[in-house]
Design a protein around this ligand. Sequence first.
Ligand code: NAP
Length: 485
Amino acid sequence: MICASLTSPTMQTALADMKKACEAADIVEIRLDYIDSPAVKPFVENRTKPIIATNRPTREGGKYEGDEKKRIALLREAAAAGFDYIDIELDSVERLGEHGASKVIVSYHNFKQMPDNLREIHEQIVAAGADIAKLAVMATDICDTLRMFDLLRDVSIPTIGLCMGEEGVITRILGPRFGSFLSFGTLAEGKQSAPGQIPIRDMRGLYRVNDLDAETKLYGVIANPVAHSMSPAIHNAAFQEKGINAVYLPLKVADVRRFVAEFKKLDMQGYSVTIPHKVDVIDVMDEVDEFVSDIGAMNTVVNRDGRLCGYNTDCLGALRAIENVMGGEEPLKGKRVVMLGAGGTSRAIGYGIKARGGKLTILNRTVSKAEKLAGEIGCEWGPLDRLTEIEFDVLLNTTSVGMHPNVDDTPAPTDVLKEGMIVFDAVYNPMETRLLREATERGCVTVSGVDMFVNQAVAQFEMWTETDAPVERMRQVVVERLKVR
Ligand code: NAP
């Protein structure tokens, strides 16, 4: 069940929000402690879904600062009025007294950390006579969530278990799958009653929280930070489009070694890996493919019967995007390819071009870096201004020149661009860079960073599911997300 937690400041806004929440969620929590002069009856009279009364004191992360007796009296009033559930803190439950037909949620909050004695606290809640237990604790590491899932698996009474904070987001998505009585979400961005809450729109549409079951396969992106990642939107849309029972999670990971070791128990089927873990994660793989060994960075993990295998689909995605527009067998073989840049992306793509038989020249602002990378790959190198002197068929920009906000910059003078050339730009923000616009005007065939980005995700999806990816749907998601940035 998805529960909308309402943090409206007045009775008027709270009643309006409850109306919306009754449409969006399965159950609604009225945070009386957020409301100025709260009254309980209007909620009961106007609700169309079960409602929970919560009047949280500041000591447990709420807003209520007044007299304790009055705080609890309002909860009793809510019970008498017909609220379906009354939430009362473990340290106050003895004082609740008569609560009519309302069920009692006995709750514990820890805004600092995951306590060592989580199970003991749960036992205290059970002993206090709770109908439903609630434990909300702060995750300081994503591995804390595993303890919450363990607890949820073998509890004796209905239990709401969640970890707060960005590291705990997956408990809000997977909680019900592991048996949590409900999971809290917000009606809109910025209206959280606790850190890490996500909008109900995403819980339903993106993560399909209510549809996840024991068979649901688990995937996710390992990153730090992770909130900006487009990958959950792309992969969840792809799973949905193909009717695959799988969910893709945002995983904020500080220590990739510990994460990979501990998360084996969740039997996750695959990961995307991004900044800052693309290099460190290699050491904890059971095997990696040859591109990964050469490049020294990876972005994809496939779980093959418990063996974790590492790949680099940044490389495969760029190659696929470029080869798609060239067509034919081995289109890069023998082609003169100039790559501008000698950073991380250049490294991934450079090895790929070489492996496909392209005649590669690397040009970079810092010439020593071009020399070093070219030495490893085995190709020509030089400074950026060499571009006007050499002949080529394919131009790849792997520098960040032209990227937002410097959208008027370009890494290549217009007159080197000739009709029929292939011009690729790794930059995807903006979707059409100045380089690509000028290349199109000059009759070149262009490949955008969006194509690379979509294709790296397509390659991941196909490795994980061994089915064709819904490429157009995935592209649509990326384009929509980039447009609103
Ligand atoms: P990186 O490792 O930091 O490398 C940056 C490269 O850009 C270096 O070669 C650097 O040259 C060069 N550069 C930066 N500013 C420059 C300037 N003003 N003039 C000339 N050269 C300049 O970055 P990265 O991770 O490889 O990312 C590079 C670009 O690829 C970014 O725009 C990123 O968004 C994009 N990207 C796209 C995808 C995709 O899927 N489409 C994936 C990954 C990255 P020096 O060595 O001289 O500093």
